[in-house]
Every structure is written in structure tokens, then in C-alpha cells.
Write a protein that binds this ligand. Sequence first.
Ligand SMILES: Cc1cc2nc3c(=O)[nH]c(=O)nc-3n(C[C@H](O)[C@H](O)[C@H](O)COP(=O)(O)OP(=O)(O)OC[C@H]3O[C@@H](n4cnc5c(N)ncnc54)[C@H](O)[C@@H]3O)c2cc1C
Length: 414
Amino acid sequence: MIETSEITGQKASRPLEVEVLVVGLGPAGSTALRLLVEGGVAALGVDRADFPREKPCGGGLSARTLPYLPSNLLDELPHQTTQGIRLTLRGTREQRQDFGRPIAYQVRRDQFDLALLNRARGSGAQIMTGVRNIQLFRREHRFEAKMGEKTVLARAVIAADGATSKVLRDLDPASMTEARDNPLLRPWTSAEGWASLRDPIDARYVAIDLGLVAGGYAWSFPKKDSLSGLGVAGFLKPLVDPRSVFARYLESSQADLDGGGVFTWPLPNFRSARHGRIPGLFLVGDAGGIVDPFLGEGIYYAVLSGTKAAEAYIRNRTAPEGGPDVTLRSARDYVRWLDREIWPDFRQGSRLASTIYRFPGFFFALTGRYPKLLELYASILTGDRDYRSFSRDIILRALGKLLPIRRPADGRLL
Ligand SMILES: Cc1cc2nc3c(=O)[nH]c(=O)nc-3n(C[C@H](O)[C@H](O)[C@H](O)COP(=O)(O)OP(=O)(O)OC[C@H]3O[C@@H](n4cnc5c(N)ncnc54)[C@H](O)[C@@H]3O)c2cc1C
């Protein structure tokens, strides 16, 4: 489906020129596209799917994502607010904690992604959906995108086309083969589906099970419509047969699968990300490997990285002339942000994953004994902490025997 009259009117022989081409219009791409257009950049967004479209995902939107979403977006969507965690060990021995404030909002991705795309559309962005055959080339100082008979020329490309990025396969195939050939860089595997619980849990809680999934965890996220999104993912090594692990989780949580079936999908391994190799190419969201290695949380990082890429481009575009090309400067800024803010934190998150998923029983016993540990973890989801400050706090609190968390008047955790 083509949505812009300007594009519809384009003759096959005359290329369309834009400043930035955004490929993939999930949370990362839609966010980048909207911000670019609001910043005065002539940007075009394309996606192979027709919207609304499904994306295998638990749809848990951590509370820290909210400041990066368009205003009131969540109000437009059916969503379930979750403010507690129900933790089980191998399907038994439950612990519950209610934190008394939202830690995540449970959405359905078809609805969430459509709403984000509509906001990009509302900002005046040019959008093409249903483009199934894009091919990208780097030609001297710009990019050429072939889409059937149409050609688009762009100074910069934002690759937001997810975990199996076609843009990367076209422009930097070596990065894909490296990830395939090196077991340490391979994506994680997951399986998920919609189900109804025979004995529904309080919808204000997300359910997390440790121990049922070797090297990972299982989740159940309640949705507004009484179904829950259930899933399993492994983070120490890819699950060999995610479907059978999922079937075991269904059985243990006494859930009946909805008619939609079970999906398996890769979760990018952040170690495989190779940013900054192609001048003018920004890798955002899953295409850039920007997925938390502990929980597999990616919506926040998709929205955040889409925002940072667009901001870097706009900032450098409006800077005084004279330095290197705007695409080089902005891509360099974006990579610096990843190096400073994201990768050190992911490395810490990955260490945490190695410890907790190797010794789930020990962690479960610890949270039973020191309930404040879970609240401390919840503060990552609310944006009050990151993995680095979380780990520092655990060490400090272990030294002080997990002292109670102090909460000042403004509600932030100390
Ligand atoms: C089972 C599972 C559960 C998850 N649960 C959660 C969760 O609860 N919370 C959370 O925060 N994260 C979760 N994640 C991670 C999250 O889904 C992703 O990190 C997030 O969707 C990344 O957003 P994105 O915009 O980068 O990519 P995507 O959402 O994958 O969007 C990519 C877009 O690119 C388009 N595209 C693909 N190929 C092409 C092409 N060749 N040409 C044009 N367009 C193309 C696609 O149609 C799609 O619209 C989960 C992931 C999995 C696999």
C-alpha cells in the first residue's frame, strides 16, 4: 500500500530524492521518522508489512518508555497497567510483590505499533507500507533503494527493520555472517503465544518464572482483553527447541493456547552489533542489536535509539557548516552515545543474567529473604536505575545487609 500522493505520482524513471530513508516502521522506525519530520528533515519511511501487523512480542512496555512516546499515546490504546511481580521457581513456590506504582504497561503490538505509525503520519511523514522487495545499495556518498520499479535516493539510511535486517544483509553482509558463524554472537531464541489462564492471576502482576527455562526465563503478561501473552526465552545459550520449552510452560501455568498458535522469533544478541561501519547508516532497535540481554526488553530501546538517531541527525544538520558531512558527524555522535550509555550497561546486564539464570534457586531464595531486591530490580523498569547502579546498590546493600530502600518525598528511589 502506498500512502503518499507524491510517491504514487512518481514515474518509474525518475528517482525520488529524500534526505533520510527509514526502513522498517516498528517502534524504532516510526519514532525516528516522526522526530526527523518534526525537525524539518525530508524523510521517507517504508515497511514491508501492511499495518496493523503482528510482531511476536510480550508487549510489556516498561514505565521508563513513557517520556519517549508521543504525548497521550497510551491513552489511545487498550492497556493493562502492571505494578507488581509474581515470581515462581519452576512453576511453584510463589512470591508476590506489589510496588504500588506502575512498572510496566501491557499493550498489544499490532495496536501499539499502528498508533506510533499514525503519529508519524500525523507529523506529515511520507510513508510507504507493503513494500516487500526493497534492495539497498551504497553509491558514492549516498544510498540507493530499489523497490520494484521505484528508486529512492537518500543521504542517510536508518535501518529499523528488526532482528533479521534486510538493510544490513544488503549493505554489511559480513556483519550477518559473523553473527551466524560465531556461537557467542548468535541471536537468542524465544517462543510465545496468546493464552488464557485457567486460574487467572491478578492482572496487576506480571508473572515471571525462573528455572523452567534453562538459561533464561518464562513470562506471562496480562492484557486488557483477558488473554495473556506467554513466552519463553533463553539468554545464556539459544534454546534448542523453544516450542517444546513453551509447551512445558503452558502446561505448568495451566494455560490454554489461543487459536493464534505459537511463534518463534530471534532476539538480537547485543554483542553482534557492528555500528559505524557504513558511513551514513544508522542501526536502531533490533536491527542495531539494541535489546537488553537480561530480560530481552527491546521496545524501550527501540524507541530510545530511534529518538537518539533522529536527534543526532537534526543536531548536526543545524550546526554551523564547515565540519565533516552531516551524515558522518551525526552517525559518529550516535555511535558515541551507544558506546557511552548502552553497551556498558548491557555488559553489566549480561553478567547479571549469567549469575541469575545459572543459579535461579539461589536468586529465588535471596528475593524471598530480602524482598527489597525485587523492588530494586523494578526500579530499572521505571528508569530510576540502570544495571550498573543496580549492581552497585546490591553490593552496597549486601554490605549493609540489604538495608530498607529509602524513598524521598519526590517518590524516586535512593
Ligand atoms: C517473543 C518476544 C517477546 C518480546 N517481549 C518483549 C516485551 O514484552 N517487551 C519489550 O520491551 N520487548 C520485547 N521483545 C523485544 C521487542 O519485540 C523488540 O525489541 C522490538 O520489537 C524492536 O523494535 P524495532 O522497531 O527495532 O523492530 P520491529 O518491531 O521488529 O519492527 C521492524 C519493522 O521492520 C519491518 N521490516 C522487516 N523487514 C523489512 C524489509 N525487508 N523491508 C521493509 N520493512 C521491513 C517489519 O515489518 C517491522 O514492521 C520481545 C521479543 C520477542 C521475540
